[in-house]
Design a protein around this ligand. Structure first.
Ligand code: ADP
Length: 188
C-alpha cells in the first residue's frame, strides 16, 4: 500500500514522476493542478472560481481545493493507495489532510521532496510554456509561482521532516534517473 505525497517547486517534475510511478504501481495519480485545469476548460463552477487564481500563479482558495480533495479521496480507486501531486500546498492544507487521513485510519504516508535549483526550474517552465501553451508558464507568472512556493509550500518540508516522513530526492537528473531514485526510496 503506497500513499505518497510529492512535494517540490513548480517545474520540479512532480507531475511527470507521479504519472510514471502511478502507472507502475497501479494506483491513482491525483494532481490538483490537472483537476483544476480540467475544471477551467470544462467551465464547471469550480473551474470558473479557480481560473483567475491559477492563471495569475496564486494558490486557489483552500476551501475549493479542500472540498475537491475530500471528494477525490472518497473515490473507491483510492483504496489501493495514491500519489498526491500539488496537494498539500500550504500548512492549512497539510493539517486538513492529516485530519482527513486520521479519520480514515490511513496514517502511513510518505513524503518526497524533489530538489531542483531555481535556474533549472525557470528554464523547464519556459520550455513547457512554449510547448503546452500553459498560461501560467510565462515570465512574470513563473517568478510569482516560485515566490508563492517559497513562502507557502516550502515550510511543508520542515513540517514533514520533523514528523520523520520526509525523504529528499535530487530532481536535477535525467527523467529515468529520477524515477529510479524514487523507486529506490519508496516502500511500494
Ligand atoms: P506547478 O506545480 O508546476 O505550479 P500545478 O499544475 O501543480 O503546477 O499547479 C498549477 C496551479 O494550480 C497553481 O499555481 C495553483 O494556482 C493551482 N493549484 C494547484 N494545486 C493547488 C492547491 N493545492 N492549492 C491551491 N492552488 C492549487
Amino acid at each position: 500500500m503506497t500513499r505518497l505525497i510529492l512535494l517540490g517547486p513548480p517545474g520540479s517534475g512532480k507531475g511527470t514522476q507521479a504519472k510514471a510511478l502511478a502507472a507502475s504501481w497501479h494506483i491513482p495519480h491525483i494532481s490538483t493542478g490537472d483537476i483544476l485545469r480540467q475544471a477551467v476548460q470544462d467551465r464547471t463552477p469550480l473551474g470558473l472560481q479557480a481560473q483567475s487564481y491559477q492563471e495569475r500563479g496564486e494558490l486557489v482558495p483552500d476551501r475549493l481545493v479542500m472540498d475537491l480533495m475530500r471528494e477525490r479521496l472518497d473515490q473507491p480507486d483510492t483504496n489501493s493507495g495514491w500519489i498526491l501531486d500539488g496537494f498539500p500546498r500550504n500548512l492549512a492544507q497539510a493539517s486538513f489532510l492529516d485530519e482527513l487521513l486520521q479519520k480514515r485510519d490511513q496514517n502511513s504516508v510518505e513524503v518526497i521532496s524533489l530538489e531542483v535549483p531555481d535556474e533549472v526550474l525557470i528554464e523547464r517552465m519556459h520550455e513547457r510554456g512554449k510547448k503546452e501553451g500553459r498560461k501560467d508558464d510565462t515570465d512574470d507568472v513563473i517568478r510569482h509561482r516560485l515566490e508563492v512556493y517559497r513562502e507557502q509550500t516550502a515550510p511543508l518540508i520542515s513540517y514533514y521532516r520533523e514528523r520523520q516522513q520526509l525523504t529528499s530526492v535530487n530532481g536535477n537528473q535525467p527523467l529515468w534517473a529520477v524515477t529510479a531514485a524514487l523507486q529506490e526510496v519508496i516502500h511500494s
